[in-house]
Design a protein around this ligand. Structure first.
Ligand SMILES: *[C@@H]1O[C@H](CO)[C@@H](O)[C@H](O)[C@H]1NC(C)=O
Ligand SMILES: *[C@@H]1O[C@H](CO)[C@@H](O)[C@H](O)[C@H]1NC(C)=O
Ligand SMILES: *[C@@H]1O[C@H](CO)[C@@H](O)[C@H](O)[C@H]1NC(C)=O
Length: 335
């Protein structure tokens, strides 16, 4: 029983929360800006065991140092912390951002859906001139070019910003709760020629950020591009970041020009079902890619499928099931 439980945890949190694509040398993305990448990560928060449908208590101004404990007792915490850091940094108050932002671990938690299933939640809560916020940073901080996908929804009071960014904010997607529900923003902050302002974009097909959508960021050396549910919504060829960095997700307020102001004693939530990332690092991979795996158009999101075998034209589709069985066998060997 213990071994079976350990195996399950290893598959859900070890393999599935990390690289579940054994048998792939590299990964190929589809759609508007195709590219190949050396590494793949998939973090799935939809079926965390023991997730309870309870939200942790809000943080009040008396606890404004970010010292609150993170969620305990959920199996997720150790596995999650293998790959992510939960921020406790603070900013402000500043003249142009008069609300002190303090990230707290308590605002990053797994919540059960009630009827089964779960999600990762990043929360912002404003009280007085203090905004208790949430941020997670990937421990992989040598990402140099990537295709990043986040399946998420946003809810809550006006004035909060849900952000997804790579390479220290140079390639940024923001969902602002003060915007109409069919509009998001992308920002490139790297270049003086970029006005630095977040460009509003209408989401395709009138979808709302209140519902779960797949937000995608493609960052190549020549372009940054943003897509929603597979449809390209914006791209830019100037000021594309060229230094390695990590992936950051946050839910925040600082009373500044991007987030705006939240009303006191209101909260907002950035709920994340899964995060997928294919990427290169600053160290080039010298081994040739013989086994190319597709990331898009696969049977099951997060489980790349083998496209080509060697240089030949034979196409072998390796299903996610084979990958899962392989992952389980490897986990068994590791135990
Ligand atoms: C990632 O690295 C591989 C191998 O070094 C290279 O072929 C590929 O073009 C790189 N991808 C991007 C988007 O730069
Ligand atoms: C900056 O803003 C000005 C005025 O809105 C616009 O004409 C210009 O194209 C923008 N520059 C860039 C690089 O987006
Ligand atoms: C937020 O409110 C403060 C006053 O509390 C004000 O100075 C600031 O301009 C407001 N920010 C925005 C973006 O409206």
């Amino acid at each position: 029983m213990m071994l079976r439980l350990a195996l399950f945890v290893a598959v859900v949190f070890g393999a599935a929360l990390h690289d579940n694509s054994l048998g792939c040398d590299c990964y190929e993305t589809g759609a508007s800006f195709p590219a190949r990448y050396a590494y793949h990560r998939f973090f799935d928060f939809r079926a965390v065991p023991d997730a309870v449908p309870v939200e942790p208590a809000n943080v009040f101004a008396a606890q404004d140092k970010g010292l609150e404990n993170g969620q305990l007792g959920s199996a997720y915490d150790q596995a999650f912390l293998t790959d992510w850091t939960i921020s406790t940094t603070s900013t402000g108050p500043l003249a142009q951002a008069p609300v002190r932002r303090q990230d707290s671990k308590v605002n990053t938690y797994i919540q059960g859906n009630g009827g089964g299933g779960s999600r990762l939640v990043l929360r912002a809560y404003k009280v007085g001139q203090f905004a208790s916020s949430a941020q997670i940073d990937s421990k992989e901080n040598d990402v140099l070019f990537a295709s990043i996908r986040v399946n998420a929804r946003v809810s809550g009071g006006t004035g909060a910003a849900a952000s997804i960014y790579a390479a220290a904010g140079d390639s940024d997607l923001d969902i602002l709760t003060r915007d109409p529900p069919t509009q998001i923003r992308y920002t490139g902050q790297a270049s003086a020629s970029d006005n630095g302002s977040a460009q509003p974009i209408a989401m395709p097909n009138g979808v709302s950020w209140g519902d779960f959508n797949e937000y995608r960021l493609d960052w190549r050396s020549d372009v940054s591009a943003w897509s929603v549910n597979g449809a390209l919504v914006g791209s830019k060829q100037f000021g594309v970041p060229s230094s390695p960095g990590g992936l950051t997700l946050s839910m925040w307020n600082n009373g500044g020009p991007i987030s705006g102001n939240m009303s006191t004693e209101t909260s907002a939530h950035f709920e994340i079902q899964w995060i997928q990332m294919v990427f290169n690092t600053s160290t080039p991979v010298m081994t040739p890619c013989k086994r190319v795996c597709a990331v898009d158009g696969v049977q099951k999101v997060g489980y790349p499928e083998l496209e080509h075998k060697g240089a030949g034209s034979q196409i072998i589709v390796q299903t996610w099931h084979t990958v899962l069985v392989l992952a389980m066998s490897i986990s068994l060997l590791c135990f």
